[in-house]
Each structure stands twice: as C-alpha cells, then as structure tokens.
Write a protein that binds this ligand. Structure first.
Ligand code: DX5
Ligand code: ZN
Length: 219
C-alpha cells in the first residue's frame, strides 16, 4: 500500500499544532519536514527547534528532507529532535557513500534526494545504504509547483535499479503530486507520495477523504 507524506511546508503555521495533528487523523503515514537553508535552495523554512516542539503531537514518523548545504553538520540535530528518516541531497555531497553511512550510524533511516537534473546512475553504488530514494519532481524550494514530466521515467529507472540489484529502498516522490499526477507516479514505482499544497489546500475535514482516495487510486 502506498504511503502518504503530507509536507507541513504548505501548512498554516499560525495553527501548526492542529495542522500536524490533522496529518495523523487523516490516515496519512508520515510527516514530511522540508528544511531549507537559503543557500542550497532560495528559501528558508525552520530548524530542529520547531521539529522538537511538534514531535509530541503525533506518533507518525518524521521524514526530514534536508535542502541544506553541509547536511552532515545538521543531521544529528534533526535526529536528536526526533526525526526517524533523514534525507540529504546527492548534489551537496562529495562523498555520498560516506554521508549515507553517517546517517545510518545516527540510527535513522537514510535517504538520498535527486534534483530534477540529477541522473539515477550512481544508485547501484550506494543503493545498499539507502532506505529511501527521493525523486524531486519539481525544483526544490517551494510548494505548489507543477510536476516535471521527465520525473516519471526517472522513478521507473530507480525502481528497475532496485529490482536488478535487490535493494530495499522505498521510492518517494516530492513535488506537484496531486489527483492528476498520482496515477503515473505510482505506476512508475513510487511507494511514498509527498503532498504539500494538495493536502493542506483542502480544509481539514476533507483531508481524510483525500488520503483515502489517493490510496485507493494507487491500488
Ligand atoms: C519542495 C519540497 C516539497 C514541497 C512539495 O522543495 O521538497 O516537499 O512541499 O509541495 P507540493 O506538493 O505543493 O508540490
Ligand atoms: Zn520535500
């Protein structure tokens, strides 16, 4: 069954506690945390202090997506703040193999994210260290952008590599996922759908239905 990971990037931060709780009551599976530093991406969001404050609000796993330079410097802070999954970007790492091992040694699930222009060819060499491969299907930095069509082929390639090498990573797709794009993303091999504006664009009472429908549509 597909997993849904709403991103609080599109939440109403004046009502953050209620927004986080609505993720769990909707039946979604993960809380996606978009961490941006204003360097790797042209936007700034929030840090481990906020993550620590919202941690007690839900039992769902926290899935931190680090869009920051030098993610290894910050990953321990997010692990301590209660993130079970930490994803860094392939583009920031000179020594990706070592960085993924570093995440695993922190005791979290290790993820690697690929920007839209980054080919998947390196995955055979680090796939055994990955619990998660995150395909950016928009340019990182902002919610509410349009799905980049070439992402579908990349998801398929990452799924083929998983099969060929017997890897166990989950494939997460992040950016522009909604009722129009979902079917293609899932049939290409995605396991986790990150949803920002699609999820939080709906009033709270409709979010459960959105999650149910998305899961049904992907069966
Ligand atoms: C973008 C973030 C995404 C974003 C997705 O840099 O990584 O997680 O919240 O938002 P939507 O679903 O609105 O494209
Ligand atoms: Zn994200």
């Amino acid at each position: 069954m597909i997993k849904i990971a709403p991103s609080i990037l599109s939440a109403d931060f004046l009502k953050l506690a209620g927004e986080v709780k609505s993720i769990e009551t909707s039946g979604a599976d993960l809380v996606h945390l978009d961490i941006m530093d204003g360097n790797f991406v042209p936007n700034i969001t929030f840090g481990p202090m906020i993550v620590r404050q919202i941690r007690p609000l839900t039992k769902l796993p926290f899935d931190a997506h680090l869009m920051v330079d030098d993610p290894i410097r910050y990953a321990p802070l997010f692990a301590e703040a209660g993130c079970e999954m930490i994803t860094l970007h392939a583009e920031t790492e000179r020594h990706l193999h070592r960085s993924l091992q570093f995440l695993k040694d922190l005791g979290v699930k290790a993820g690697v994210a690929l920007n839209p222009h980054t080919p998947a060819d390196f995955l055979p060499y680090v796939g055994d260290l990955c619990d998660l491969v995150l395909v950016m299907s928009v340019n990182p930095g902002f919610g509410g952008q349009k799905y980049i069509e070439s992402s579908t082929e990349k998801i398929r390639k990452i799924s083929d590599i998983r099969k060929k090498y017997g890897f166990g990573y989950e494939i997460s797709v992040d950016g522009g996922v909604n009722d129009k794009t979902l079917a293609a993303v899932v049939s290409a091999g995605a396991d986790i759908l990150v949803m920002g504006s699609y999820f939080f664009g709906k009033p709270e009472p409709e979010r459960g239905e959105l999650v149910r429908k998305s899961k049904l549509q992907s069966c």
